[in-house]
Design a binder for this molecule. Structure first.
Ligand code: ATR
Length: 273
């Protein structure tokens, strides 16, 4: 069987092996998929070792996504624009870097939540790595507008400048501070790392209305403060579990050439949560 893994530090709680095992069983693909703990200063060496032992590819998680982009000998466009890599494939002596986080998020919104992004007004909270990775895939669905709100306004400005060449028209994307948010959005995505510390970004209540989809990229045993706040102001909420399953499905498709079904697995994982 062909060997794959997820590399991170820490890695013990990763749910990726279960997800890929389910995909392999469903599609009849003969693969093994393991967790690999890389030393904080030993990511590149870990990858070299995997290649020597015949691994075909790897997912990359915290804190190695930027380093994975550095060691790739070739980057897909979406990984280059994201500045980060979560999926590596080892082929013909090359290390090819891709990023399926953004496509995974968009698939979860469009297919699983049933909210088309075309023509919609999207508010993206945060301007770090997680935010940067989802901008191109969102733009590819033709939203009316994307506003990027960040605590540090200059980071949001820089991000908008970086994607200027990808816009349908110059006003499709704009940066703002949290204080500048003055209207409700169709989709609000929390791409800040605030949920990690049980905090929430200072987004005003008026950003939400009935019909808003509020999605937190994080997932856990209970709704994040952001999700609770959004729900209390009328939004429909979603955590990042769907994004996790969809980014895995996209990686599986890159490696194996078959796209697994995700709906049943996602339902199972939600009841186990
Ligand atoms: P990641 O890879 O998870 O995106 P990152 O690149 O460190 O991590 O970015 C973290 C993002 O979360 C940033 O946009 C950060 O805002 P700043 O640029 O102002 O630092 C945002 N963030 C983290 N904690 C936050 C909080 N409590 N409130 C608002 N924004 C927060």
């Amino acid at each position: 069987s062909d060997k794959y893994c997820v590399i991170g530090n820490p890695i013990g709680h990763s749910r990726s092996p279960d997800i890929h095992a389910a995909f392999a069983a469903q599609t009849g693909q003969d693969i093994v998929y393991e967790r690999v703990l890389a030393p904080l200063d030993g990511f590149a060496e870990t990858v070299r070792g995997l290649i020597e032992r015949g691994y075909r590819g790897a997912n990359v998680t915290v804190p190695f996504k930027l380093e994975a982009a550095d060691i790739a000998t070739r980057l897909e466009q979406r990984a280059r624009l994201a500045g980060a890599v979560n999926t590596l494939r080892f082929e013909n002596g090359e290390i090819v870097g891709d990023n399926t986080d953004g496509p995974g998020l968009v698939a979860d919104i469009v297919r699983n939540a049933g909210v088309p992004l075309a023509g919609k007004r999207v508010l993206l909270l945060g301007a770090g790595g997680a935010a940067r990775g989802v901008i191109l895939p969102i733009l590819q669905h033709g939203p009316a507008a994307i506003a990027i709100a960040n605590r540090t306004r200059a980071t949001a400005d820089a991000l908008v400048a970086q994607f200027a060449g990808q816009l349908a028209h110059p006003k499709q994307m704009a940066a703002c501070g949290f204080d500048d948010i003055a209207e409700a959005f169709d989709v609000v995505i929390n791409a800040t790392s605030a949920s990690l510390s049980a905090a929430m970004p200072p987004v005003p209540a008026l950003a939400f209305c009935q019909g808003t989809l509020a999605l937190d990229m994080m997932y856990g045993n209970k709704p994040s403060p952001f999700m609770e706040f959004a729900a209390s102001h009328g939004a429909t909420t979603r955590d990042g579990l769907g994004m996790l399953v969809e980014q895995a499905a996209e990686a599986f498709a890159i490696w194996r050439g078959v796209r697994p079904q995700t709906a049943t697995l996602l339902e199972q994982m939600r009841t186990q949560q």
